[in-house]
Ligand binder design. Structure first.
Ligand SMILES: Cc1ncc(COP(=O)(O)O)c(C=O)c1O
Length: 458
C-alpha cells in the first residue's frame, strides 16, 4: 500500500481553488477552505487499504478476535439461531427499534461490567452526545481532563451545564485545584444542591497513557465530602484493563466502545440514568436503534470474553509490547537517537516497563521526519501510519505502532532493526554536515511524486 498511499497523499495536497476561476462560487469557496489545509500539507484523504502482505502493526484488531475466526463463528451461530432476523432495526428505540434481543444483550453487558444497567448505542460518539447533553443538569459543573476525546468535547457543546473547566492531563493536583475553585465560585455546588461531573478516559487514545483513576477519585472525595460528584469514564480503549472502583461515594458512569471485534458502544450506569437518556437524549430518540447484525457481533465478542478465550491473547499482547520496549531500548543506536531527540517513546520515558503496558505505542520523532519514518517502515514491510496535524496538535506528530496478539517476536525484531537503520541514516547525515543529502525514504517519496506528475496525473 505504501507507494499508492504516498501518491494519493501528495495529490490531495495540490491546491485546487486557483484553477477554478470559472467554476461555481459555492464549490470554489469550499475548495478555498480545503486549500488552507493543503497549503500546510494537512489535507486529510481517505485511503483504501489493499490486501497486503505487510505485517500488521496498525489495525485495532488487537486480540485478533476479528480475524481469528472465533468471533465470526459465534456471530454466524447467532444468525443461525435467529433465522428471521431483520437487517434494519425499523425505527428508533422508542418505536419499532426496541427488542427483547437488544435488551437481553444490554443486561448481559451490564452484568459483565458489574453495572446495574446498560444502553447500547450505534457509536461511541452518539453515546457521548447523549451523555453530555442530558446527564449534567443546568447548574452542574463539568470538569474534564484536557486530553479527552473529540466526541466528548462535541457532546459538551450541547450540554446544559454551562460551567466547564479543564484540568491538566492525568494530574490529581490540578484536578484538586479546579475542584476547589468550582466549590468557591459555585454556591449551589458548594451547598450540595448541584453536582460536579468529572470526565476522563481510562486509556487515552492518542497519548496512550492510563488514567490514575483511584487517585482522581480519592481527590474528588477529599474535596466533595457530601458526595455530589460523579465520574464519566470513557473506556473505549481499555476493556479488561481498568475498572472504576468508586466505593459508594463516587459513582461511575461509563461509556464502553470499540468492543474488540464489533462496532457500537454501551453506556453503563444505573436505571435512573437509563430513563434520563431514553427520555431526553436526542441522539437516541431521533436515531434508529442498533440493528440485529451489530448486536449479534457484540454478543459473539462478549461470549468470547466471558469464556476466558481472549485471556491468552491479552497476555500475549502484554508480552509483545514489553519485548518491543526491551528490544528497542537495548539497541545500540537507541541511546544516541533518544539523547539527541531524534526518537522518543514519550509514555515510557519515566515509566517502569513492568507496569501495565498499553498496546498502542507512539514513536515520536521530529515533525519534519514523521512522515518519512512511517514511509521507511512501510517500505521495510510494516503496516504503520503517521499520525499528523490536524489529528494531533503540532509538535506531537508520531508514528503509531499497534501491537497484536498475533505479532511474532521475529517481526518485532525486524521492526526494531528498521527503526534503528532509519535513525542511523539520519544521524549519519546530520554528522556529515552534508545539507544536500536526502534520506532514502524521502528520495523515494520525491521520485514517486515526480513520476505521478510526469504521467499526467493531477
Ligand atoms: C476515546 C474514544 N472515544 C470515543 C470514540 C468514538 O467512538 P465511535 O467510533 O464508536 O463513534 C473514539 C473513536 O475512536 C475514541 O477513540
Amino acid at each position: 500500500m505504501s507507494d499508492s498511499f504516498i501518491v494519493e497523499w501528495a495529490r490531495a495536497q495540490q491546491p485546487k481553488a486557483p484553477n477554478m476561476k470559472n467554476a461555481s462560487v459555492f464549490y470554489r469557496n469550499l475548495e478555498e477552505e480545503l486549500d488552507v489545509r493543503r497549503s500546510q500539507h494537512g489535507c486529510i484523504m481517505l485511503h483504501t487499504k489493499e490486501q497486503t502482505s505487510m505485517v500488521d502493526f496498525s489495525s485495532t484488531d488487537i486480540l485478533g478476535l476479528s480475524t481469528s475466526g472465533s468471533v465470526r463463528k459465534g456471530y454466524l451461530d447467532e444468525l443461525a439461531k435467529h433465522p428471521d432476523f431483520k437487517l434494519s432495526s425499523h425505527g428508533s428505540r422508542l418505536t419499532d427499534g426496541n427488542s427483547r434481543y437488544l435488551e437481553g444483550i444490554e443486561r448481559e453487558l451490564a452484568a459483565f461490567h458489574g453495572a446495574e444497567s446498560g444502553l447500547i448505542v450505534n457509536t461511541g460518539s452518539l453515546g457521548n452526545a447523549a451523555i453530555f447533553s442530558v446527564i449534567p443538569r443546568p447548574g452542574d459543573a463539568i470538569v474534564y481532563d484536557e486530553l479527552i476525546h473529540a466526541s466528548m468535547h462535541d457532546g459538551m457543546k450541547d450540554s446544559l451545564a454551562l460551567y466547564r473547566k479543564t484540568f491538566r492531563h492525568n494530574n490529581a493536583k490540578s484536578l484538586y485545584n479546579v475542584l476547589v475553585a468550582v466549590q468557591e465560585s459555585q454556591p449551589q455546588i458548594r451547598n450540595s444542591i448541584q453536582s460536579v461531573l468529572v470526565a476522563v478516559e481510562s486509556v487515552y487514545s492518542m497519548d496512550r497513557d492510563i488514567c490514575p483513576l483511584q487517585k482522581l477519585i480519592k481527590t474528588a472525595k477529599e474535596v466533595f465530602l457530601e458526595g455530589n460528584i460523579q465520574f464519566i469514564i470513557n473506556k473505549t480503549h481499555s476493556t479488561g484493563i481498568i475498572r472504576p472502583n468508586g466505593t459508594g461515594l463516587v459513582y461511575a458512569l461509563g461509556l464502553e466502545s470499540k468492543t474488540l471485534a464489533a462496532t457500537g458502544a454501551v453506556i453503563l450506569y444505573n436505571n435512573t440514568v437509563r430513563m434520563m437518556l431514553i427520555n431526553y437524549a436526542r441522539s437516541i430518540i431521533f436515531s434508529v436503534a442498533p440493528f440485529f447484525p451489530m448486536l449479534a457481533s457484540i454478543r459473539a465478542t462478549y461470549q468470547l470474553l466471558r469464556s476466558g478465550e481472549a485471556q491468552e491473547a491479552q497476555n500475549r499482547v502484554q508480552e509483545i509490547v514489553k519485548f518491543f520496549l526491551e528490544t528497542i531500548i537495548s539497541d545500540p543506536i537507541w541511546s544516541k537517537a533518544s539523547n539527541t531527540g531524534l526518537l522518543r517513546l514519550p509514555m515510557y520515558e519515566d515509566a517502569d516497563i513492568q507496569s501495565v503496558l498499553i498496546q498502542i505505542i507512539q514513536l515520536r520523532t521530529r515533525t519534519k521526519h514523521n512522515f518519512y519514518l512511517a514511509f521507511h517502515l512501510q517500505r521495510a514491510g510494516f503496516l504503520v501510519f503517521p499520525i499528523s496535524y490536524p489529528v494531533v496538535p503540532k509538535g506531537t506528530e508520531h508514528v503509531r505502532i499497534i501491537f497484536h496478539a498475533s505479532n511474532m517476536d521475529t517481526e518485532v525484531k525486524v521492526l526494531v532493526t528498521a527503526i534503528a537503520e532509519w535513525a542511523q541514516e539520519i544521524l549519519e547525515i546530520k554528522s556529515s554536515g552534508d545539507r544536500q543529502r536526502v534520506p532514502a525514504a524521502a528520495r523515494h517519496v520525491y521520485a514517486l511524486i515526480a513520476q505521478a506528475n510526469l504521467n499526467g496525473s493531477e
